[in-house]
Design a binder for this molecule. Sequence first.
Ligand SMILES: Cc1cc2nc3c(=O)[nH]c(=O)nc-3n(C[C@H](O)[C@H](O)[C@H](O)COP(=O)(O)O)c2cc1C
Length: 269
Amino acid sequence: MHPDWKRICDAFLTATSYSPEEMEEGWKDRSYDRENRPATYLTYPDAPVRVELGEPSLPPTPDLWAVLRGRRSKRNFLPEPVTLDELNCMLWGSQGIVQDMGNYQLRTAPSAGALYPIETYLVVNNVEGLQPGLYHLDVRGWALEGLRMGDLSDEACRALLDQEAVRASGLTFLWTAVMERCEAKYYERAYRYVWWDVGHISENISLVATALGLGACCMGAWHDSLVHELIGIDGKEHFSALTTAVGRIEGNDWLEDRRAPPKPSPDGG
Ligand SMILES: Cc1cc2nc3c(=O)[nH]c(=O)nc-3n(C[C@H](O)[C@H](O)[C@H](O)COP(=O)(O)O)c2cc1C
């Protein structure tokens, strides 16, 4: 724990606050040139594996109210695989492009200023038709880029504070924030926006997973350095923002799905 964390957090809140007194003064020399913005789309052209996703085959519209009522954090995943189409539905429901505005595109989840600073990585353990490994979503090309192939379930579990649900998951989403995209427009406030953006994405995943009959658990507990190492990012300009484990579940008995041991822990559970 950083000995000075409280002061630093207070300073963060102050430094990223808007106030009527400072607003005009602070923003008078600022501008945002969307034409010359930092790149919105990250891709890995040299990725050893590329899996074209194609159009997801979205199942008939589920009852939204039942989905909202039925969403619970599920952690007790079965060894049966998630299908590639189910994964495609979750990816589309969280990051699919649905409208072209010319020089930018709108997605299924909102993003402050339509800047889309969040990248989607996933550790695949058990998805039908995908080799296990680390993948990145190429949003514009709608494909998964396989970055590191092999069984990464132990490494991912360790990185997420040994939460067993990660080892047992069909896949675990690791979302990251690319600061320059958001900072170019929002400066210091960008350090708030990226967290809000990722919350919308993860909730979309939870709702789509519920609609598909899958289990999902949003996880805020991870060793930042281990996740950065796993993905291969610097942890400063591009850093981990949130994670969610997803897998097949049995029935809907979410009380039985609580992870063990049920004791107080720093993992947000
Ligand atoms: C931002 C966030 C972080 C969370 N982190 C964890 C976590 O690391 N591990 C875990 O098992 N559950 C985690 N949870 C799930 C919560 O424990 C869960 O949402 C809460 O107990 C309420 O239960 P429900 O989601 O079934 O309504 C997290 C939830 C959120 C929204």
